[in-house]
Ligand binder design. Sequence first.
Ligand code: PAF
Length: 297
Amino acid sequence: METIKKKTRARDTVARWNSCGFDVGLVPTMGALHQGHLSLVEASLSECDKTVVSIFLNPTQFGRDEDLDQYPRQTETDLRILKQMGVDMAFTPAKEEMYQENFCTWVVQEYLTEKLCGAFRPDHFRGVCTVVAKLFNTIQAKCAFFGRKDFQQAAVIKRMIRDLDIPITVRVMPTVREKDGLALSSRNRYLSQKERNSTACLHKALIAAREGFQSGVKDIDILLGLMRERLNKGGGIIKPQYTEIVAPDTLNRPETPSSSDIAAIAAFAGDTRLIDNMPLGGKNRDIYLNQAGNERV
Ligand code: PAF
């Protein structure tokens, strides 16, 4: 595995692969890799000829009072894991490489970014869109892999590539969960044991909305009520920020829910902000780790 810090070198390497006719897959990450990231890497390794994983803790997507300083950093461990998996390139630029002096050009998406998490994290998606567009320009991949846990992020990125004619296909892969349903996130390691013991109620709340819908409840307020009821069973430790049901393409709350609509939650456990979501209908395609896990991390 090549570890590359410079954009020009990364771009040249990918251009060489493209000229040989290889399909290149990109997995953008902020490091602190867990099994959720690794499932994206596995998907890229199996679908593409060459896999690039970017590790860049993007400062511009963190608000002033958010957790950039505490965000876990473990680049050496991440690189060891990626090498073992057979990744072709790790792209690990420094902040100055991604954001040159006097950087002042942003990708700002309206509408989808104002909803759900965007309503509480005003500049977050500006930072995400900008860095992802820059990564897409540097690593000219055929396919990029994102997790469904961040389904708003995936919807925003899909809209960005459509609106800006970026020639890449986005693949959104299933959420990977602990055995009790907690969606894997690099932020889970902030949780105290007491907080961790309460977090399963997010998953239970999503399941409650799904089961309600599937047993015939078609009133959004009732479904949202079922979600909140389950979250309240988090022993007072879980503080919901939002509970919503939205259409996957518009992120609007539908008048009458349908099976493709998504139940979504953001909640705090102590200072740790957790998000999760699940479609109301269809098969639950999420991946649940068994007790021992098959974790590499
Ligand atoms: O999902 C993430 O880890 C980040 O938002 C991303 C897509 C790598 C951009 O920094």
